[in-house]
Ligand binder design. Structure first.
Ligand code: BYC
Length: 328
């Protein structure tokens, strides 16, 4: 719930002292965890707030494409799993917003940036979910990609973010398995179901590779984030790891990844893959993807519809506070 709470730490306005920065970097080099009340360079705080808030927004916006299918899930078991998954994503979002609050930015401010269209969230959620197979594909590819990325972030230098990732990855594993099971079932089904599964794979494969962000050479933040131990690996290495894992999974259920250039490279022991359409990526990131406007409109509607909950929660918190003061 978005109750107005005081931020744990207020960012300082003073410039960073080089000696303190050096000591901070030495702590990172020793593998120590940075905690909310520890001193940190303002740039580290800013970078983490940027990345964590984008991540939290992704979890919240990511509920929308899957939420669209709750009423159309093909049976009770699938419906229960999907409701649970969407609810998990809300939990992930709130958990990470709490993490950003430990850096001194109120979650209401971050949510407002999202509603104003000023904040980024993962490009992947700006694609439509046209059939039930898309729900399987999101679990398999999107949660699969998230696991590869977030398993690394579970070792990030900022304690609250790293700990959030440990818990979130456990849930993502369940999400991925339920998605893969949907795809395996469809791939083994009628010719129409097989075709539906293959069509979803064709549409979701490339956007899933884009989730990892631009090539390292184009990644404006990677160098700094790797130096400060937030990112443990670059975008390209994680993307490659995801490709390597997914090729075998696709083969096992007899679905074809839509890339004629996909080929095992004996020398590097990786699966080489074709070029990514970065024009499409940046178009989506900049707000002009297939569903950017729809997603933002749905999020704004949901936020407005939840206003009474926030008002009630704030009134309840104030009442509790009054009772506690009177009892003291
Ligand atoms: N989409 O310097 P770079 C989930 C931006 S949700 C949009 O490489 P960085 C789930 C980037 O922000 C899981 N924007 O950035 C939920 C930067 O712009 P700014 C989502 C992207 O931060 C519901 C610029 O491009 N996971 O699993 O070093 C249902 C240059 O990029 C994207 C996370 O959020 C993108 N794909 O690395 C189902 C993981 N990629 O801010 C499932 C946490 C890049 O400088 N985040 N940009 O203006 C990360 O690991 C990193 O932030 C990224 C990007 C790898 C995404």
């Amino acid at each position: 719930m978005m109750v107005n709470e005081p931020s744990a730490v207020q960012p300082s306005a003073t410039p960073d002292d080089p000696a303190r920065v050096a000591e901070f970097e030495a702590r990172i080099a020793r593998g120590e965890s940075i905690e909310p009340k520890d001193w940190m360079p303002e740039r580290y705080r800013k970078q983490l707030t940027r990345m964590m808030s984008q991540h939290a927004h992704s979890e919240i916006v990511g509920m929308l494409p899957e939420g669209n299918w709750i009423t159309r899930a093909p049976n009770l078991r699938r419906k229960m799993a999907l409701i649970a998954k969407v609810q998990d994503e809300a939990g992930h979002g709130l958990y990470i917003y709490c993490g950003t609050e430990t850096l001194g930015t109120d979650r209401q401010e971050l949510v407002q940036q999202l509603l104003d269209g000023k904040a980024k969230y993962s490009s992947i959620f700006n694609y439509p979910t046209l059939t039930w197979a898309d729900i399987g594909c999101i679990g398999w590819f999107v949660d699969g990609a998230a696991i590869v990325n977030q398993t690394m972030l579970a070792k990030a230098s900022y304690g609250p973010y790293a700990r959030a990732m440990v818990r979130i990855c456990k849930e993502e594993n369940f999400h991925k398995r339920q998605g893969y099971e949907i795809m395996a079932t469809l791939a083994n089904g009628t010719p129409e179901q097989r075709a539906m599964a293959q069509d979803a794979v064709n549409r979701w494969w490339w956007p899933s590779l884009m989730m990892f962000g631009p090539h390292d050479a184009e990644s404006s933040n990677s160098e700094e984030l790797v130096r400060w131990g937030v990112k443990k690996k670059g975008n390209d290495e994680l993307r490659q790891r995801f490709v390597n894992l997914t090729v075998a999974q696709a083969t096992a259920i007899n679905l074809t990844l839509p890339d004629p250039a996909l080929q095992y490279n004996e020398q590097t022991e990786n699966w080489d893959f074709g070029p990514i359409d970065w024009d499409e990526f940046w178009r989506v990131v900049k707000g002009d993807g297939p569903c950017n406007r729809e997603r933002l409109a749905a999020r704004r509607d949901a936020h407005a519809a939840g206003e009474w909950v926030r008002v009630a929660a704030a009134a309840y918190a104030a009442k509790q506070q009054r009772s506690a003061t009177e009892a003291a």
